[in-house]
Ligand binder design. Structure first.
Ligand code: WT7
Length: 672
């Protein structure tokens, strides 16, 4: 199933992955690896065999070959207390040393680590030697501020080099970072600071986005105002030059502290299971989950996958992942994977369309990017703008293209390959999650014959399956739920402070099934006749908007916290560009329903959600309604609301408590 050699045919593709599986299968449309590519590829088919023959031996070999250990491990996997895994537990390493010092010591100090491009057009370049020096200084700064191993540090920064430097400095001293995406609100930031009990916040005055400076420090001030918090200091990078307020005994300028810091810092070894970071992600309840990752297993899998899936040749490649470090993709494939592998990468501060819609392609041309990793939502928005924009730039340096965050429909896949990749480049559609830490399902370039729209096969050393609701394996050609059947090195080690929720969310559904306990990913999936896997989206109340995860419950509770709102229901409706879009149905309080128009109410509520959670959570559409469809047990039937939001005929309403309600809602909306 991984190495079929059918010939590519350039027949036109239709719109949506889930609708076209059968047609595609019948055509057998795949793109075998170009022979020149295969001849120099990092990966070979033997990896699968090796891993299949001895999975733990395979991972132990990767961990030993890819990383430098200060104390070698003997124990590979401790799974004596599932689902709590320990990988390489008796070994010791320093994550930052593995990402920095060792490359310098190996004679690669002059290699560029980061070509950074600011949105207004300024740029900075850091070699491995320079980045190592910065991180050593920053580690001394953190220690000077009283941060030690195990302490939590919140990072709320734009996409500037200091974000990478901060993360690595935290890692270097065995502390734990919790990066909060710069688009999140003061309230979201505070919730995360409180949950992690962070002692320090690293932020900037502001950052550049869409041609303007957006303030960050003022948001931190708001977040820390009010109730006392665990935060002792705020370290502030100067970037936006915007005016900010200053709290003398708490706030410290980054540049002052860095200038005064010693440039020597010893990287001591920590246990492989030393916590590395917490990253909050949306779940099915209103409260975000603090996903916990540790050191040795995580670094092994992110480095291994970064090297093999992108076919990284660190001496010659220029790699660019467009993700923000506020998301897991930025953690694993901007910071830890590429730097552990000694890669040269591009990092960009701003949005793809500033100051012109060809900005990304201009950057690829400027730096000669060879490996490019982006989300389908971006590809689809460029598709809409037309190929003239990318065609105006020289993209001939590209040789591997990656996709992540949501299913990529075959039409976008083909456009990506033909227009951006000049019809030459393998596309790697990589399925993974914040929880998995690293890629899990993806073709290997040079090995796999790629298939538009399918993430295809688990990576070597990874075991996944598609099961029905009772945990029985689904035959080829059938659909079900995606599970991971064996522990993997970069798996989450838990939810910060909530072991019960960890067990319930991921391990309870398939606890007592053949081969269990199995990890339940929350995604629907289908296997085609070749055994290739097609991801079909979330099966829970989690939405995927532009490759970002949002919880329906979190947005609903934000809506009902507004005095206008009596009740709210949120659904993810399919959207041509963003994959899904947030659509809300609200019932106004009786006293408000008269006083405010539906238009005003929805504008006010959109703003409110933006303030409370962050701009990404703002509903695209808010429908003001008088009833919500509920089952007799009182559960809101989101399926029906999704039908309405997507303009479909309303499905089966027989289990509704009040069968009239949907008719009323859809008639009302049709009248608009
Ligand atoms: C969810 C995880 C992986 C980093 C970015 C998102 C969806 C992710 C794919 C893909 C189909 C995908 C899944 C998954 N997803 N990659 N290649 N094909 N779906 O991380 O925020 O933790 O979201 O994103 O639904 O469960 P995340």
């Amino acid at each position: 199933m991984t190495m079929s050699t059918s010939t590519p045919q350039d027949s036109p593709q239709t719109a949506h992955a889930s609708h076209n599986i059968d047609t595609l299968q019948k055509r057998g449309k795949t793109f075998p690896p170009p022979p020149e590519f295969a001849a120099n590829a990092i990966a070979d088919a033997g990896l699968y065999e090796k891993a299949r023959a001895d999975r733990l031996g395979f991972w132990a070999e990767q961990a030993r070959e890819i990383l430098d250990w200060q104390k070698p491990f003997e124990s590979v996997l401790d799974w004596s207390n599932p689902p709590f895994a320990r990988w390489f537990a008796d070994g010791e390493l320093n994550v930052a040393y593995n990402c920095l010092d060792r490359h310098v010591l190996a004679g690669n100090g002059d290699r560029v680590a980061i070509h950074w491009e600011g949105e207004p057009g300024d740029s900075r370049t850091f070699t491995y030697a320079e980045l190592t020096e910065k991180v050593k200084r920053a580690a001394n700064v953190l220690e000077g501020l009283g941060i030690g191993a195990g302490d939590r540090v919140a990072i709320y920064l734009p996409m500037i080099p200091e974000a990478v430097i901060s993360m690595l400095a935290v890692a270097r001293i065995g502390a734990v970072h919790s990066v909060v995406f710069g688009g999140f609100s003061a309230e979201s930031l505070r919730t995360r600071i409180d949950d992690a009990e962070a002692k320090l916040v690293i932020t900037a005055d502001g950052g550049w986005r869409k041609g303007k400076v957006f303030p960050l420090k003022p948001t931190v001030d708001t977040a820390l105002g009010g109730e006392p918090s665990s935060v002792e200091h705020v370290l502030v990078v100067r970037r936006g030059e915007n005016e900010i307020e200053w709290t003398d005994e708490r706030d410290v300028w980054w540049h002052d502290a860095m200038d005064g810091a010693d440039e020597e810092h010893e990287a001591r070894g920590f246990e492989a299971e030393q916590p590395l970071y917490i990253l909050y992600t949306s779940g099915t309840t209103g409260k975000p989950k603090g996903i916990l990752h540790t050191s040795g297993g995580y670094l092994t899998q992110v480095a291994f996958t970064h090297r093999t899936v992108f076919d990284l040749h660190p001496e010659t490649d220029v790699y660019w992942c467009t993700a923000d470090v506020g998301w897991v993709t930025g953690h694993s494939y901007v910071v830890y994977g590429p730097l552990a592998n000694g890669a040269t990468q591009v990092m960009y501060e701003g949005t793809p369309d500033t100051p012109h819609p060809g900005r990304w392609w201009e950057i690829i041309q400027k730096y000669g990017v060879t490996i490019f990793y982006a989300a389908p939502t971006a590809i689809r928005s460029f598709m809409k703008l037309g190929r003239e924009i990318p065609d105006a730039f020289d993209l001939s340096s590209l040789r591997v293209l990656g996709s992540v965050g949501e299913p990529i429909n075959p039409e976008a896949w083909n456009w990506y390959r033909n227009v951006i990749g000049g019809g030459r480049t393998p596309i790697v559609d990589t399925w993974w999650q914040t929880e998995t830490g690293a890629m899990m399902i993806s073709p290997l370039p040079g090995v796999t014959a790629t298939k538009p729209g399918s993430a295809q096969v688990p990576l070597p050393g990874i075991s996944v399956d598609v099961r029905d609701d009772d945990g029985n394996p689904v035959p080829f050609g059938g659909g079900g739920l995606l599970v991971v059947t064996e522990p993997w090195p970069s798996m989450l080690r838990g939810i910060w402070g909530d072991p019960d929720r960890f067990v319930e969310t991921y391990w309870e559904k398939f606890a007592n099934v053949p081969g269990g306990p199995l990890y339940f990913a929350g995604d629907g999936a289908r296997r085609d006749e070749d055994g290739d896997i097609w991801l079909l989206g979330r099966v829970d109340d989690v939405m995927n908007v532009s490759g970002h995860r949002l919880s329906t419950a979190e947005i609903e509770s934000s809506l009902v916290s507004h005095p206008f709102v009596a009740e709210a229901a949120v659904v993810g409706a399919s959207d041509e560009t963003t994959g899904q879009a947030v659509v809300a149905f609200v019932i106004l309080r009786a006293d408000q329903a008269e006083a405010v128009s539906a238009e005003d109410a929805s504008a006010i509520l959109r703003h409110h959600v933006g303030q409370q959670i962050g701009a990404i959570a703002r509903p695209r559409t808010i429908f003001v309604v008088t009833e919500l469809p509920k089952t007799r047990s009182g559960k809101i039937m989101r399926r029906l609301l999704r039908d309405v939001a997507e303009g479909r005929e309303i499905g089966d309403t027989t289990t509704l408590a009040d069968t009239q309600v949907m008719q009323i809602i859809s008639e009302r909306l049709a009248q608009k």
